[in-house]
Design a protein around this ligand. Structure first.
Ligand SMILES: [Mg+2]
Length: 365
């Protein structure tokens, strides 16, 4: 079952509403799709542009996929470990581009084998996955109103984006959102490395009495001592995201008491198998797991995360399903989030049908 063709397609997908982040306002999702042909089947993968997370842009990912394609053409798609070795042996880094290829290979392999992707990892432990809803208007009243609306719609997990404005505003926003949501849902905040240790300490002390369940990546990825200092100063669990690109990074955070939970993304870890292995390591170490797409990947990467969510050993910190933020998806039948939850697709491979006409419509050169 040999790979015959690998194609990288850069797309720009419109968001349903602008997303305010610490690094600016997003209005489109700039992603690379990978289309693999093998033995008469087509597999799809995806990676979002993530300059502050993987150092990659759509243009660099397209170049990386085009660089790797000649080494992978003719390779056996059923040997995904060998595909990883070929990728790592011929290109350092570029984990997002490699993740898109790996995802497409899993999709094609599942189709050839006649199995959904989750079965390539193990048993199906979950079927209905709660979707973590992002709260990012940047204004306390609007955030609280949005949180209430989402709770009425059935969402049971939330992430407040902080770190974009003054810490005092984020404290007000967090208090307002936690008060609006109550104690019966999961509420997290994510600073995306944007604070100093001092700012993070000010924040965790001020929100100590709220129902906040964890704070993600308050300081720069490499500042494990800073992370540990914050973790030691608060009962609010601290999670790492930008700081984790390998299983060794997870061990380092654990050993340094720098985090008690990890956000796992395919673009950081370079693929679905490594993401699954990372989830098992977290389980062994007693670290909490969040599974996430990059904001905002389409139904392709979202389906991949749903398959992993079905299979990973534990999943206490929610799943970020980002296709919900797109005005239009590339799937013929977009994944549906109903009552704040999504079903794990049961079809072969990723269990999705990509609408190639839409892909071409959103393609950018
Ligand atoms: Mg994060």
């Amino acid at each position: 079952m040999k790979i015959q063709r690998i194609e990288a397609i850069a797309v720009s997908l419109p968001l349903s509403q602008p997303i305010k982040r610490s690094k600016g306002v997003l209005t489109t999702a700039d992603n690379v799709l990978v289309r693999i042909e093998a033995d008469g089947v087509v597999g799809w993968g995806e990676a979002g542009s993530a300059p502050t997370m993987t150092g990659e842009f759509t243009a660099s990912m397209v170049a990386a996929v085009n660089h790797l394609a000649p080494f992978l053409n003719g390779a056996d798609i059923t040997d995904i470990a060998q595909l990883s070795r070929l990728m790592d042996g011929n290109l350092y880094g570029n984990s997002g581009a490699k993740a898109a290829i790996d995802m497409a290979a899993h999709d094609a392999f599942g189709k050839l084998l006649g199995k959904p992707v989750y079965q390539l990892f193990g048993e199906k432990r979950r079927n209905r996955i709660s979707a973590l809803r992002m709260i990012a208007s940047g204004n306390a009243d609007a955030d609280a109103a949005e949180a209430k609306r989402c709770k009425a719609d059935g969402f049971v997990a939330y992430k407040i984006k902080v770190g974009a404005g003054p810490v005092k505003h984020d404290i007000q926003r967090t208090r307002a959102v936690c008060a609006a949501l109550g104690n019966d849902v999961l509420v997290s905040a994510d600073a995306n490395q944007n604070w100093t240790v001092g700012q993070a300490l000010e924040y965790v002390r001020a929100v100590a009495a709220t129902s906040l369940n964890f704070l993600e990546q308050p300081v720069m990825a490499g500042d494990l001592e800073g992370m540990a200092e914050i973790a030691a100063a608060t009962r609010i669990p601290i999670g790492c995201d930008e700081g984790v690109h390998t299983l060794a990074d997870i061990r380092r955070h654990h050993a340094g008491q720098a985090a008690s939970g990890v956000s796992l993304k395919a673009i950081k870890l370079g693929g679905l198998r490594t993401m699954y292995d990372a989830s098992r390591l977290c389980d062994e170490l007693g670290m909490q797991v969040n599974l996430a797409c990059k904001i905002a990947e389409s139904g392709i990467a979202t389906a991949a995360v749903l398959h992993l969510a079905a299979a990973v050993p534990s999943l206490a910190w929610g799943v970020s399903l980002t296709s919900q933020y797109l005005a239009e998806d590339v799937l013929a039948c977009p994944l549906i989030i109903n009552d704040g939850h999504a079903q794990v697709p049961d079809g072969l491979g990723l269990g999705i049908e990509v609408d190639e006409a839409r892909v071409r419509r959103f393609a950018v050169s």
